[in-house]
Structures are given as structure tokens and as C-alpha cells.
Ligand binder design. Structure first.
Ligand SMILES: *Cc1c(COP(=O)(O)O)cnc(C)c1O
Length: 398
């Protein structure tokens, strides 16, 4: 039987487009937001504190501060870690730009450390090579939901007097040596963007066990202003407040946190569903000689924000663009995560980074393909992805 790809005018595997990720909002979520909108509070109300408490308790951490996005949460973390002009922070080149940008917002410089070939997470050995007298902060990323080597990274931080900001935007619900990601570093950051595990529309959170860092996060969220009489230099009366630092308006709203609370109830179910889909994918692709499935370290449990395969394009004798376009034509919303941050024009121009600087990251990027993964996917959707990939690879294999 000769197959024709949709791209060549054949029938696509699916009629409608399957995105790589999507939120799952149900009637309970809608009611929660509705109720919050009918309450007296639209912005800084009780739902924010309730949401912060839920997440900090889940992660076994003392303090949490919710923000308007994962990016503003990262900026707040960079501020409270004390990054100032000229300071250096080390992060992974394989991440979303925000992990690095938060350093620039504070006037700091970004240094990348290459990734490991097995987990695609930042390599502690490479971090050590990049530490200088200006290094202040390490920003490892729990890439795709797989926890980074946080024990080794914390060890390096301790020896060099550095603060660790763990970008756990992919990893709420993940576990490292039987402990929940979130309480394992000085500051951990989550994102509640709709493609992530649970959503508040836009939103983010920083969690920490350190009271001093917590207070800095709080003040940064609201213009650097304090109304706490104990912290003020003077007190001129009931109206009085002091702006003691340069902060921003990075607040999240109460109704967004009402959504967050409602979504949070489903977190375990969502993570389990993601893991089940990954098992199906792994089983389907494990035997294919052109495909490398993701490797999960034995001492971690990934929460699988993304499912990524590495394709051997040399063996397939076709470039990624053709495979990507062919799968899109089958209505499968494949994607590529991420373009190495050091190769973004802004970073090349600002810091002089160039191709060849981080070989593992670049090799990973050139072979990467993200397949759809989100809890609302039905088993038949998963089958469509498997069938479409099979169809496209078989077509080029000939
Ligand atoms: C999603 C994400 C963020 C934060 O993004 P927001 O859209 O601002 O919530 C930060 N780092 C990584 C790795 C991310 O994937």
C-alpha cells in the first residue's frame, strides 16, 4: 500500500488540529472564578494567600509569593537573590528566554553552562567551569519536568557562596529523591501559563524557606512599598507608607488565584495523565531506530510538561523542516523546544555568543521535536500522534 502524505494532497491523520499543549478548564473552575468576581475583592484579596498556602504546603516550604506571570516571578527571584549590575548568573542554554532574561532585568550578565546529553538538564561539571569572581546566582531549569541535579548544584552553590534560583516552571508535581520539587533550592519558581500543568491565565509563584528572601519578594511585587510600621523609618499616621526599594506592580488578581486554587485540586490527576501518555509514547517509539525517547533518571519522577524526542535526521535522509511540516499537515501540532538562548540575536549581539559555544545544547536542538502532551488529550489523540509520526517516518524511510 503506497501512502501519500497530507502535504502531498493525501488525507491527514486528523481532521482538526491537535496543539502541543492546552489548558483544561472545567465547570468547577468557571464557578470558582465567577464566585471570586462576585466577592468584594478583585485584586489583592484572600484567594491569593489561599493559593500561596496551598502551593507552599504541597511543596513542604514555608513561604510563597504569587506573581502576575512566571517571568515576573523570576524577576522577583533575581531581585531577592541580590543580582545587581555586573553580577553574573549561570543558566542553561536550553530553556525559555525568561530564565536568562530575569538576570538582565537586574543589570546582571548571563553566562550559560552546557547541558548533559542524557537528561538535557544543565551539567554541574559545566557550571563549575563557568564560575568566576562575579558569579552570584545559579539558575538551573527542571527541563521538561525532569528535576535538575539539584544536590550537586546546591553543593557548588554552597562552596562558592551562591544563591540557587530553580526555574521549576516545567516541574510542579515532579519529585527528586522522593521530595517534591520546590523546596530543594533557595528560591523555586513556577509558571501558571496555560501550557503548563495548572493555569491562572497568566501567573507565577516563587517559593522559599528563607524569611529574608520572602520579604524581599513581597515588597518587590508592590513597588518596593511597605506599610508595616515595624519596617518604616518614620510613621506619620494611618495613611503613611514608605517606598524603600525600587519594585514594580507584579501582582496577580484574586480571581486568577481562585482559578489557581480550583486547578490545583486537579494537579495530581493532571500529572498522572501526563505520565500515562508518556508511557504510551515511549512504548510506541522505543523500538524505532530513528527515534530516541526521553531518558528519565531513576532517582527522579518527571512531571512531564513536555514530551520530546530526538530524531536521527541523517538516518532518515530528510531535514527537520520537512518532518515538521509533514506532521503539521497531518494536523499534529508538533513543536521544537527550545532554540538555544545563546543563539538568539539579542544574546549574540549583547554578549558575543556564537554557534559552537555550547555543542551539547546545539546538537540537542538540531534533533529535537516536541510532540503534543497535555492531560485533556484522549487516548485516540495519542494514537493519532503515534500514527502520524509512523506514517511520516515510513514515507521518508523508503
Ligand atoms: C513558561 C516558562 C517561564 C515563565 O513563563 P511565563 O509565560 O511568564 O509564565 C519561565 N521559564 C520557563 C522554562 C518556562 O517554560
Amino acid at each position: 500500500m503506497s501512502e501519500t502524505l497530507a502535504i502531498n494532497g493525501g488525507n491527514p491523520v486528523r481532521k482538526n488540529f491537535l496543539p502541543y499543549s492546552q489548558q483544561w478548564i472545567d465547570e468547577e473552575d468557571i464557578k470558582a472564578v465567577n464566585d471570586a468576581l462576585k466577592s468584594d475583592w478583585i485584586t489583592q484579596g484572600p484567594k491569593i494567600v489561599e493559593f500561596e498556602k496551598l502551593v507552599s504546603k504541597f511543596c513542604n516550604v514555608k513561604y510563597a509569593v504569587a506573581f502576575s506571570s512566571g517571568t515576573t516571578a523570576l524577576h522577583a527571584a533575581a531581585y531577592s537573590a541580590g543580582i545587581l549590575k555586573g553580577d553574573e548568573a549561570i543558566t542553561s542554554p536550553i530553556t525559555f528566554a525568561a530564565s536568562a532574561n530575569c538576570v538582565l532585568y537586574q543589570g546582571g550578565n548571563v553566562v550559560f553552562a552546557d547541558i548533559k546529553k542524557d537528561t538535557y538538564n544543565i551539567d554541574p561539571i559545566e557550571i563549575k567551569k563557568k564560575i568566576s569572581s562575579k558569579t552570584k546566582v545559579l539558575i538551573p531549569v527542571d527541563y521538561t519536568g525532569q528535576p535538575c541535579d539539584i544536590d550537586e548544584i546546591n553543593d557548588i552553590a554552597e562552596k562558592n557562596n551562591l544563591i540557587v534560583i530553580e526555574d521549576a516552571s516545567h516541574a510542579i508535581g515532579a519529585e527528586y529523591k522522593d521530595k517534591k520539587v520546590g523546596g530543594l533550592s533557595d528560591l523555586s519558581v513556577f509558571s501558571f501559563h496555560p501550557v503548563k500543568h495548572i493555569t491562572t491565565g497568566e501567573g507565577g509563584m516563587v517559593i522559599t524557606n528563607n524569611k529574608e528572601l520572602f520579604e524581599k519578594l513581597q515588597i518587590f511585587r508592590t513597588h518596593g512599598i511597605t506599610k508595616d510600621p515595624e519596617k518604616m523609618k518614620h510613621n506619620e499616621g494611618g495613611w503613611y507608607y514608605e517606598m524603600q526599594h525600587l519594585g514594580y506592580n507584579y501582582r496577580i488578581t484574586d480571581f486568577q488565584c481562585a482559578l489557581g486554587i480550583s486547578q490545583f485540586k486537579k494537579l495530581n490527576r493532571f500529572v498522572k495523565r501526563r505520565r500515562d501518555i508518556v508511557k504510551k509514547y515511549n512504548k510506541a517509539f522505543d523500538q524505532s531506530k530513528e527515534i530516541t525517547i526521553p531518558y528519565e533518571k531513576p532517582d527522579v519522577k518527571s512531571s512531564y510538561h513536555l514530551y520530546m524526542i530526538q530524531l536521527d535526521f541523517e538516518m532518515l535522509k530528510v531535514n527537520r523542516r520537512k518532518i515538521f511540516d509533514a506532521l503539521r499537515a497531518e494536523n499534529i501540532g508538533v513543536h521544537v523546544h527550545y532554540i538555544p538562548v545563546h543563539l538568539q540575536p539579542y544574546y549574540k549581539q549583547m554578549f558575543g555568543y556564537k554557534k559552537g559555544d555550547y555543542p551539547n545544547a546545539e546538537e540537542y536542538y538540531s534533533n529535537a521535536l516536541t510532540l503534543p502532551l497535555f492531560p485533556k488529550m484522549k487516548d485516540s489523540d495519542v494514537d493519532d500522534v503515534i500514527n502520524a509520526l509512523d506514517k511520516v517516518i515510513n514515507f521518508y524511510r523508503k
